[in-house]
Design a protein around this ligand. Structure first.
Ligand SMILES: NC(=O)c1ccc[n+]([C@@H]2O[C@H](COP(=O)([O-])OP(=O)(O)OC[C@H]3O[C@@H](n4cnc5c(N)ncnc54)[C@H](O)[C@@H]3O)[C@@H](O)[C@H]2O)c1
Length: 250
């Protein structure tokens, strides 16, 4: 691993980090040196509802202890926050708590997600529809709004949204999930465009990031794709374009 892969000194906030993909991301960020705030509605092992377990997954050793404890046992630095991302006020308080503990947050991973409504639009209640969007889409909005302004002030930050293939290939009986994940994927563009004006002005016109990429930018992605770390990525195109594809024309 090159220095460019290091997250030493960085502080991350991972939603839905108690189990599954969020837990793996939290552990990976910690392994790379980041301190991690694990924010989850059910942060303790086995306390989570089976939100996204369409196929039964048996919890292995990894879930015998909480993610935060697992990180600490590995010599990393972590804290645990009980948080429902659907609750904007609670997100604001959790962001403050994490900032107080870590000094600042540099990396936000919007991972918390549910798919607990399997129904056609005709059969889905308005409440069920609203709840799924509130968690999957508004939850990411709440966290982004709570944490990104400070990142902009710091001059460094990362927001990683965990969407789904459902955003491009809608699943049967998952209209709310599909809509929420497509919205989440689309949320990145306005986020980039909301960078501070002075930063925007200093960049070159056509990309969302308003700067030209370097050969090293491409090399970083290629290095990752070539590595064992990318073993599960196949037959896909990953734009590495500073937001060119997502930027408005003109
Ligand atoms: N598992 C997959 O195959 C798959 C595929 C595509 C996308 N995803 C997405 O990846 C993310 C993680 O999926 P997973 O399979 O690891 O799910 P999971 O159910 O194993 O874990 C989700 C975690 O999010 C937490 N959570 C749920 N609602 C929350 C809320 N309101 N506030 C805070 N935390 C909450 C749960 O407690 C749980 O710890 C989700 O956003 C999901 O949509 C998963």
């Amino acid at each position: 691993m090159t220095d460019a892969w290091s997250l030493g000194g960085k502080r991350a906030f991972v939603t839905g980090g108690a189990r599954g993909i969020g837990r793996a991301i939290a552990l990976k960020l910690a392994e790379r040196g980041a301190a991690v705030a694990v924010a989850d509605a059910h942060p303790e092992p086995f306390s989570g509802e089976r939100y996204y377990r369409l196929k039964r997954r048996f919890s292995g050793d990894e879930e015998q202890i909480s993610t935060a404890d697992a990180i600490q046992q590995l010599g990393g630095h972590a804290m645990q926050l009980q948080l429902d991302v659907a609750d904007a006020d609670a997100v604001g308080r959790a962001a403050e708590t994490a900032r107080d503990a870590f000094g600042q947050i540099d990396i936000l991973v919007n991972n918390a997600g549910i798919v607990n409504n399997i129904a056609s639009i005709a059969d889905m209640t308005a409440e069920a529809w609203a709840h799924e969007l509130q968690v999957n889409l508004s939850g990411a909005f709440h966290c982004t709004q709570a944490l990104v302004p400070a990142m902009a002030q710091q001059g460094w930050g990362r927001v990683i949204n965990i969407s789904s293939v459902a955003a491009r290939q809608p699943g049967m009986g998952q209209p709310a999930y599909t809509a929420s994940k497509a919205g989440l994927a689309a949320m990145a563009t306005p986020l980039v465009l909301s960078m501070p004006a002075e930063l925007r002005q200093s960049m070159i016109a056509r990309t969302a990031l308003q700067q030209l990429g370097t050969p090293e930018d491409i090399a970083e992605l290629a290095g990752f794709l070539a590595s064992e770390a990318a073993r599960f990525i196949t037959a896909t195109a990953i734009p590495c374009d500073g937001g060119l594809l997502g930027a408005p024309a003109g």
